[in-house]
Design a protein around this ligand. Structure first.
Ligand SMILES: Nc1nc2c(ncn2[C@@H]2O[C@H](COP(=O)(O)OP(=O)(O)OP(=O)(O)O)[C@@H](O)[C@H]2O)c(=O)[nH]1
Ligand SMILES: [Mg+2]
Length: 207
């Protein structure tokens, strides 16, 4: 089997949906970007695809409130999910978008991998751990990105990486963790490799 390297810079916006019932058919392969509000999910998607405004980013947490779908190639999609854990929004709005998130994660059959992003300065909050445990239980592979690594000096980055890695050993076994910065284009190669790996694996299973 030859492994394909996808051209992520050719990624195109497909649609935004308030819930899974408004998404296109549950065919193909999706890999979703999940994490707390403001962790840097949309920025990571833009860095990966080398497009400034593909996914909308904001200083205000809670920017992404819809499930946003992007197509890398036919049947190969990336998903920008609403962030979790942000308290400062009206309860009704929060409930609606957390519901959309959990439904997507539980019911979307073409979801084949999760990129979980956490601010390197505040990793492994309760919701992150829940998310990781849930993915492991559902047999969905995970890559963890410690974002905004540019905010720490290299030594501190390394300490955080090791600390997260060690904590995860007790939570969920052997999970790949990488430091990442959209701003400094750090870790994008690792992200690409992982996406290629998952897309290729799934593709060969489908054909
Ligand atoms: N220094 C630094 N700031 C970053 C980096 N990535 C994102 N940010 C900033 O963090 C803030 C949030 O980024 P977003 O990409 O919108 O975060 P998000 O996870 O999509 O947030 P929600 O859509 O609210 O869930 C923005 O002000 C970004 O400019 C990074 O690598 N380094
Ligand atoms: Mg976002």
């Amino acid at each position: 089997m030859t492994n394909k390297n996808y051209n992520y810079h050719q990624t195109k916006f497909v649609t935004s949906a308030p819930d899974i019932h408004h998404l296109p058919n549950d065919h193909g392969i999706e890999i979703a970007f999940a994490g707390r509000s403001n962790a840097g999910k949309s920025s990571a998607l833009n860095a990966l695809t080398q497009q400034k405004n593909l996914a909308r980013t904001s200083k205000t947490p809670g920017r992404t409130q819809l499930i946003n779908l992007f197509e890398v190639a036919e049947g190969i999609r990336l998903v920008d999910l609403p962030g979790y854990g942000y308290a400062e929004v009206p309860e009704s709005v929060k409930r609606q978008w957390q519901q959309a998130l959990s439904e997507y994660l539980q019911k979307r059959k073409c979801l084949k991998g999760l990129i979980i992003l956490m601010d390197i300065r505040h990793p492994l909050k309760d919701m992150d751990i829940q998310m990781i445990e849930w993915s492991v239980a559902m047999n969905i592979p995970i890559l963890i990105l410690l974002t905004k690594a540019d905010k720490l000096v290299p030594n501190k980055r390394k300490t955080q990486l090791i600390a997260v890695h060690n904590k995860l050993k007790t939570v969920a076994g052997n999970i790949q963790v990488e430091t990442f910065s959209s701003l400094k284009k750090m870790g994008i190669d690792k992200l690409q490799l992982k996406l290629d790996e998952w897309f290729n694996e799934q593709h060969s299973e489908h054909n």
